[in-house]
Design a protein around this ligand. Structure first.
Ligand code: ADP
Ligand code: MG
Length: 693
């Protein structure tokens, strides 16, 4: 960016106030001022902005555009039809609204500019229908789509805001885009109140603009480069503060004592020989890393990442047995009862063979059985395990499955005062740098590839109009003695309506397509005992088909189940479908997964991409990358659950290099007090700090 441009963009901004030497000074008042101190903001608008989480001038300034409009040619409606995004200007003739499948809506406005008339369309923005009025002049940007002119952004009335580089703010139902732009404009002079939290030499080293300049250009860029430079600065701060916030946790941990476990011995030798297979090099590597941690007196905090079916459980049990071998206890904790029960089924058999006692403790465990369970060498359970009053006599190693689903409170309780070695397992692999950011100071072990004996699951995708083909194929495989899962649609309402739908579907299939087979049903509304009995019957081969809600997502291990049909697969997320699919392909037989969706021509672009990706690969790490591309950062699996507020400026997909730089710089800032500490405090405020561990 050139000097002249900078001057235009930053015109009217004074020098920033010098940062005071002491901490804890109130943040600059004008930034914390209520929005109605801005010209043109009244009570109604204030309320609407509040619904976006914007209450102060600072909130508004930090409400950054999602993207920028670049130049698009304005053309007559008669000239439409190309592939490029264009702008049309015309008058609304009439407006209609109709529902599409899957709870989507389509709003259509007939628009004319004298050369021709076209139906301009808005998907899933039903409120637009009330804003569009016959006779209204509109400026629409978009391109020709399936139902007409597919509108990407718009101005209603005479405003001309779909300008080049116009910032596009996150969609808000009740506030017109141009209103957001106007209010932000009014707030912009206040950026001069922004102190800069970074030391000048760091800013120089990283070639970062001042924070206030960054905010100004993000809202009012002259070029795309300029906007990006500004955003990078904001993202850098965010990532840096995140790293600093995490650091003290690491230091704290260094001061907690955990039992140092001796070398692997006789029990481990017997464990290894009892396994019907050799461990893969990845499993061996993970075990070496765990062993190194266990000999230390600093509690292990390790994340074991591996795709579904990659063999994490075998490694987890290894860690638990290392505790037992040293005369102590191991505990395995799962986020749901179903999962805990599944783990128990798998692990108790192996433990029995080794002469190691194994107990299950969930909220449904009867009182009289609890103390026996708690006294076992290996205890499997839900968070009931760490509830008050429950005392594990001598816990040395805890394995936490699917840690991102584990609440902050639970994790805190687990660590409280006991300092066991902790191994977190997740079957939702994410790239290593991201893992480091999201899980903070966890060390990471990866099982990058499943055992070679495994045949990749053959996945196909068909529209529901061809669903009968899926059942024909299913019937053939069932006759050969295979078993199958049918996963019911992900309806949003409630666990109860999901349960009812699953039961109805099981009954329907039993009467129709699957009448010659034995069909069972599991869902989250069943009593634990009932669900367990059904699962056990399926595992024993007494049921051919299990109709299920997503309760079977993780943990079910039935090698003879080689077919899965997922109904309305387009409603599921990529990671979730991948998890579900992992229930098959666990034995030596070839497995199949059929994803049934709404008719393919009605699929949204991202649903189509998700389904394509699943058909193309079974590699969880690869899918995680695709998933990242399709999601916005805030939805990134794990960030929300980790208790961290969503990242607003950083894009974990594109900003990995920036993240590395922030990590490097964080190291030196942690040890000295400075103005950045206020930002760290602000970041952590409202967030339970233990979420960072
Ligand atoms: P994860 O917990 O990662 O989903 P599991 O540990 O449950 O995976 O392993 C999935 C299946 O693969 C299990 O049936 C397990 O016995 C088997 N398995 C694990 N490790 C190996 C290996 N090294 N070779 C062959 N099969 C394995
Ligand atoms: Mg497993």
């Amino acid at each position: 960016m050139t000097e002249t441009r900078r001057q235009t963009a930053f015109a009217g901004l004074d020098q920033p106030p010098a940062w005071p030497a002491t901490r804890g000074r109130p943040r600059p008042q004008r930034l914390e001022a209520s929005l109605d101190t801005l010209p043109g903001v009244g009570a109604t608008l204030k309320r609407k902005l509040a619904s976006l989480g914007i209450a102060t001038v600072r909130d508004l300034l930090e409400h950054v555009p999602r993207r920028y409009e670049s130049a698009a040619e304005e053309i007559p409606i008669a000239g439409l039809g190309g592939d490029e995004e264009v702008v049309i200007v015309g008058e609304v003739l009439n407006v209609s609204k109709r529902p599409l499948r899957g709870r989507r809506t389509l709003v259509t406005a007939r628009v004319t500019d004298g050369t021709a008339t076209i139906g301009a369309t808005w998907f899933n923005q039903p409120w637009i229908a009330d804003q569009l009025k016959p006779g209204m002049r509109v400026r629409l940007r978009g391109k020709t789509g399936r139902y007409g002119f597919d509108v990407k952004s718009y101005d209603l009335g005479d405003a001309r805001a779909t300008a080049d580089f116009a910032p596009v703010y996150p969609a808000a139902e009740e506030i017109a885009a141009k209103t957001v732009r106007r209010v932000v404009e009014a707030a912009l002079p206040h950026v001069s109140d922004y102190p800069d939290p970074l030391p000048a030499e760091l800013r120089a080293r990283e070639a970062m603009p001042l924070k206030r300049d960054a905010l100004a250009v993000v809202h009012r860029p002259q070029t795309e480069d300029e906007a990006e430079t500004g955003r990078k600065r904001l993202a850098f701060d965010e990532l840096l503060m995140l790293q600093i916030a995490i650091a003290p946790r690491a230091a704290e941990r260094e001061q907690t004592l955990a039992p140092s476990l001796g070398e692997a011995g006789e029990l481990i030798v017997r464990y290894r020989t009892s396994l019907p297979f050799a461990l893969t090099p990845y499993q061996e590597q993970a075990i070496r890393e765990i062993d190194a941690d266990l000999t230390r007196t600093v509690p292990m905090q390790r994340l074991l990442q591996g795709d579904v079916g990659s063999g994490k459980t075998v490694v987890a049990l290894y860690a638990l047995l290392r505790a037992v071998e040293n005369g102590r206890q191991g505990a395995l904790m799962a986020p749901t009862e179903t999962l805990a029960e599944q783990h128990f089924l798998t692990i108790s058999d192996l433990c029995f063979e080794l002469g190691v006692s194994c107990g299950l403790l969930t909220n449904s465990t009867p009182k009289r059985e609890r103390s026996a369970a708690l006294g076992s060498d290996v205890v499997v359970g839900t968070h009931a395990l760490i509830q008050e009053g429950v005392e594990l006599r001598d816990l040395a190693v805890a394995v936490v499955d699917e840690q991102h689903r584990f609440g902050v409170e639970q994790r805190k309780a687990l660590a409280a005062g006991r300092g066991p070695h902790v191994l977190h397992m997740t079957a939702t692999p994410i790239p290593r740098t991201l893992a480091l950011t999201i899980y903070g100071d966890l060390a990471v072990s990866e099982i990058a590839k499943p055992p070679a004996s495994r045949k990749p699951i053959v996945t196909s995708h068909i529209g529901e109009e061809r669903a009968s083909e899926a059942y024909t194929r299913l019937t053939r495989l069932l006759r050969e003695g295979r078993q199958a899962y049918v996963v019911c649609p992900l309806i949003e309402e409630s666990e109860t309506s999901r349960a009812r739908a699953a039961e109805a579907e099981a009954e329907r299939l039993q009467r129709a397509e699957l009448r010659e087979f034995r069909v069972g049903c599991v869902h989250g509304r069943q009593k634990a005992a009932e669900r367990r009995a059904t699962m056990a019957k399926f595992k024993a081969g007494e049921l051919d088909v299990l109709v299920a809600t997503t309760v079977i997502e993780v943990g079910v291990d039935v090698p003879n189940a080689t077919v899965m049909i997922v109904q309305e697969a387009d409603r599921f997320g990529l990671a979730q479908l991948h998890q579900l699919r992992g229930r098959v392909g666990r034995g030596a037989e070839q497995s199949f997964c059929v994803l049934v969706s709404r008719p393919t021509e009605e699929l949204t672009e991202s649903a189509q991409k998700r389904l394509d990706a699943l058909v193309a690969t079974t590699d969880g790490f690869e899918l995680a990358e695709v998933d990242l591309d399709l999601r916005s950062t805030g939805q990134l699996l794990g960030t929300r659950q980790s208790g961290m507020s969503d990242l607003r400026f950083a894009d974990l997909r594109g900003d990995r290099a920036l993240l590395e730089r922030a990590r490097a710089e964080a190291g030196s800032l942690v040890t000295q007090p400075g103005p950045w500490q206020d930002e760290v405090d602000a970041l952590v405020a409202g967030t339970d700090p233990s979420a960072l561990a």
